[in-house]
Design a protein around this ligand. Structure first.
Ligand code: AMP
Ligand code: ZN
Length: 476
């Protein structure tokens, strides 16, 4: 599909720019993946709903795509500066298990999250620990830009042009932004290799020309993006926090490696944060909301996906159970509308190949992936009486391809998830509701109220006259 040309906001230039692929036959995208020392929180998952939207839009617009999401299973410290504990080692200690088991467990959980959110698998999920030798080789190749201290090998950020351009800060503003490691030439210099301390017992460590230890966190993304996508590829993504430290450091490594000013990717895209009023979501901060938390409440994971799509990826999005419940209701409404269309579509003619609706969808998503603009189009298209139900269902497949809400196939019954702490089964709820209807028919209102109160106590809200025909919902 040609259509409207795609415009994306490039963090490097802080501007919307037309997307021109380096090779139209293979658009290459690298997304910084999760650190697998714990479950992903729903904020992390917003980052992958965003990359999935990006890859869906690119594919829908006809670009063949290679997409990589790495798995950080080593080297990420509890602070973005090269200080603090290694998150993986700390988790293994706390859970008294092997660091490899920790990584395998949380990687599997992450992949399950992606599946639940209907996020398509990338072409590869390379593991940092599978690339240690390549990281050492890369570090040797940029040795001229590095210096050695007792604690490890450090990158001299003054050795590359325009360090920190991506972060958009001036050098004087950067001073003091990063905790200094003793002996570093500049506060923003960062570890390429961290030596294990003499007394330190690390589960993950490797020999290197700079002693036994582990790579600095930023190295893996330069190495794996180059290995799988080439030194110059199209799009690099991550959350907005990565715009400040991780990505400027990747760029510095890439520039040292090529001995040129190329940053690696043409476009650097960053999703804004999902925030909770209680403060920034933090995986290392202890308690946080996971997708499973929402599923355990009885919320379908696609309601969370829809909630993300309702905001532009560059806007901060506030998470609350109220917002989530509203998105869940919107999802239910869509599923019911589609179900009704399906019932009426039998025997209808095939869908149209072209439609002004597709042009409008294209215009919305080509405008820097403007999903909040695409969603009302979906509502309007489904209600367009000028089109036969089958035609609307035909158009729906395009919206599904782009938005990933699976509306064409999602059965209404699947929207009812059993909460983890549910005390009543669905059959019991239905039986209680039937009793309540009988009581009401017999004008026995004290009995019908008592049944309602029992249900409320069990976390079930009774919905009389619900326009969606839903008898009850879970009280979130
Ligand atoms: P991590 O596992 O901490 O490396 O993070 C995985 C991805 O989630 C990275 O791209 C982060 O930038 C992103 N991220 C972290 N916190 C949030 C948040 N609250 N909202 C959106 N994205 C986030
Ligand atoms: Zn990265």
């Amino acid at each position: 599909m040609t259509g409207t040309s795609l415009t994306l906001y490039n963090s490097l230039t802080r501007q919307l720019e037309p997307f021109v692929p380096l090779d139209p036959a293979n658009v290459r995208v690298y997304s910084c993946g999760p650190t697998v020392y714990n479950y992903a929180h729903i904020g992390n998952l917003r980052a992958y709903v965003f990359t999935d939207t990006l890859s869906r839009v690119l594919r829908w617009k006809g670009y063949p795509l290679t997409h990589i999401i790495n798995i950080t299973d080593v080297g990420h410290l509890t602070s973005d500066a090269d200080a603090g504990d290694d998150k993986m080692e700390a988790a293994a200690r706390a859970q008294a298990t092997s660091i490899w088991d920790i990584a395998a467990h949380y990687t599997a959980a992450f992949k399950q999250n992606l599946q639940d959110l209907n996020i398509r698998s990338p072409d590869r999920f390379p593991l940092a620990t599978d690339h240690i030798l390549e990281m050492i080789a890369f570090a040797q190749q940029i040795a001229a830009n590095c210096y050695e201290l007792d604690s490890g090998l450090y990158f001299d950020t003054s050795s590359v042009p325009d360090y920190g351009r991506l972060a958009g800060t001036r050098e004087d503003e950067r001073e003091g932004r990063i905790d200094p490691v003793a002996g570093k030439r500049h506060p923003q210099d960062f570890a390429i290799w961290r030596k294990s301390e003499a007394h330190e017992q690390r589960q993950m460590e490797w020999d290197s020309p700079w002693g036994r230890g582990a790579p600095g966190w930023h190295l893996e993304c330069s190495v794996m993006s180059q290995k799988y996508l080439g030194a110059n590829f199209d799009i690099h993504t991550g959350g907005i926090d990565h715009r400040e430290i991780h990505h400027p450091n990747e760029i510095a490594q890439n520039q040292a490696h090529c001995g040129c000013a190329d940053t690696g990717a043409t476009f650097w895209l960053h999703n804004n944060f999902l925030v909770e009023r209680s403060g920034k979501m933090s995986k290392s901060g202890g308690s946080f909301t996971t997708l499973q938390t929402l599923i355990d409440l009885g919320v379908h994971p696609l309601a969370y996906r829809l909630m993300c799509l309702q905001a532009h990826y560059r806007s901060e999005l506030e998470f609350s159970l109220e917002n989530l419940a509203a998105a869940f209701t919107r999802l239910k409404r869509l599923v019911i509308v589609v179900q009704a269309l399906r019932a009426r579509a039998e025997g209808d003619a095939e869908s149209p190949d072209a439609s002004p609706w597709l042009d409008q969808l294209d215009a919305a998503v080509a405008d820097d992936l403007n999903t909040p603009r695409a969603l009302p189009l979906l509502d309007e298209m489904l209600a367009d009486k000028k089109l036969k139900p089958a035609q609307r269902l035909g158009l729906l497949t395009h919206f599904d391809e782009v938005l990933g809400l699976d509306l064409a196939t999602l059965p209404r019954a699947e929207l009812r998830l059993r909460p983890a702490d549910a005390t009543l089964t669905e059959a019991e709820i239905d039986a209680r509701l039937a009793e309540r209807r009988e009581a009401r028919a017999a004008k026995d209102f004290s009995r019908s109220d008592a049944i309602r109160d029992d249900l409320v106590a069990a976390g079930v809200e009774v919905m009389d006259g619900d326009p969606l025909g839903w008898d009850w919902k879970l009280a979130l």
